[in-house]
Design a protein around this ligand. Structure first.
Ligand code: PLP
Length: 382
């Protein structure tokens, strides 16, 4: 049976906790609160900040819908700012967009690559704006000696993207003038059980022990991944909840430094393989200090055909970078041109680097990916 690989980790849960004391950065800090998902942390964070209807927030023109939904639900106006071909923002461009109702700036460390924040922090301080730092893709990263998550007035995390736990998000309230939110009711036992079951299924599938590849193709799941929809369904929003005790216990035992190192090692595997490989263009060809890779993002032509071809052989390479959503009721610059981001979003896919992957797993994924790229190039020449 074909093994099944995704960008999310599927390590057996019993092997997650180490002997070492927890080094998961902020998790046991008094400034931290834990939630079911990153989106729940954001919602509570926005309530803590008191953002409300009529306020404006500046956000990058590529952001996942679950983040945007929170602003829409609150009636906060959204203004996009641009990103360059490496997903970096220009602080001067952001500053130029600040208007009378602007109250906050949202920054994201895309796919674990630390975004330099000193300049934008200064601008926010000068203009009395709130800085919200999104570390959903960057759990355990640093800028110099400073942990990511330390720069925003509030910062959010999505632990479940880095660790094989059924739920897990975090909010850090760095601004001492803000009061800490009260803890929320926890995610239910049933939901936790379903999440654990799913992780086990993924783990068995990674070892080729259940036919998940076949099941996904029957359900047409890959088409769901690739579907482009530029409107946001705000009905999909759920009330926020706290993190389950199950995930919390595991998180407190995690050796985050070891996980970061393993991810970096796997990232170097892809750097080496794709250095001069025709038909592929790594988005971040180097590995910076403090980068904690979520995945290895690479640009390819005929992205959807490649994603479909590798999915048939058990490798799910998620696109992972949203094009700008245009149909949003509170968006103020929906007509602005962000063609650079649209172009990256249409060509990008994410190769897995997570800590559960063995060297043999990586070689297997590489073989399948290489064959798909070579077949596409051959087809183009015909
Ligand atoms: C940049 C970013 N921030 C926040 C989130 C929300 O995290 P979660 O899925 O844990 O709610 C996501 C999720 O997809 C994301 O991509």
């Amino acid at each position: 049976m074909s093994p099944y690989f995704t960008v999310l980790p599927t390590l057996p849960i019993q092997r997650l906790g180490g002997e070492k004391p927890c080094n998961s950065q902020f998790f046991d800090s008094p400034k931290h609160r834990s939630y079911k998902f990153g989106r729940d942390a954001l919602w509570v964070g926005l309530e803590t900040l008191g953002l409300r209807e009529g306020d404006e927030i500046l956000v990058p023109a590529s952001l996942c819908e679950v983040v945007l939904i929170a602003f829409i639900k609150l009636g906060v106006s959204i203004q996009y700012y641009g990103l360059d071909a490496t997903l970096a923002f220009d602080p001067n461009e952001i500053e130029g967009r600040v208007g009378g109702t602007t109250r906050a700036v949202y920054v994201n460390h895309y796919l674990g690559r630390p975004a330099p924040l000193a300049a934008i922090r200064r601008i926010c301080d000068d203009k009395g704006l709130i800085l919200i730092e999104d570390c959903a893709h960057a759990c355990g990263g640093r800028i110099g000696e400073v942990n990511l998550g330390s720069f925003g007035d509030i910062s959010i995390f999505s632990y479940r993207k880095f660790l094989p736990i059924p739920d897990g998000g975090g909010l850090l309230v760095n601004d001492p003038s803000l009061s800490m939110p009260e803890p929320l009711p926890k995610s239910s036992m049933l939901r936790t059980f379903r999440g654990v079951l799913k992780l086990w299924v993924m783990c068995l599938a990674r070892h080729g022990l259940i036919p998940l590849v076949w099941w996904k193709s029957v359900r047409n799941r890959i088409d769901d991944y690739l579907r482009v929809d530029d409107s946001i369904d705000s009905v999909a929003w759920e009330s926020p909840l706290g993190m389950s005790d199950f995930s919390r216990r595991l998180l407190l035992r995690v050796d985050l430094a070891a996980i970061v190192e393993k991810r970096r090692e796997n990232y170097r595997f892809w750097m080496e393989k794709l250095k001069d490989f025709a038909g592929t263009e790594p988005l971040f060809p180097d590995l910076t200090i403090g980068q904690v890779p979520f995945s290895f993002p690479v640009l390819v032509d005929n992205r959807d055909a490649i994603v479909r071809a590798v999915a048939r052989r058990g490798v799910y390479l998620e696109p992972t970078l949203a094009a700008p959503y245009r149909k949003i009721s509170t968006l103020v610059n929906g007509d602005e041109d962000f063609s650079e981001i649209e172009a990256i979003s249409a060509r990008m896919l994410s190769l897995p680097v997570h800590q559960s992957l063995t060297f043999d797993n990586l070689k297997w994924v590489w073989k399948i990916f290489r064959e798909a790229i070579e077949a596409t190039i051959l087809n183009q020449k015909r």
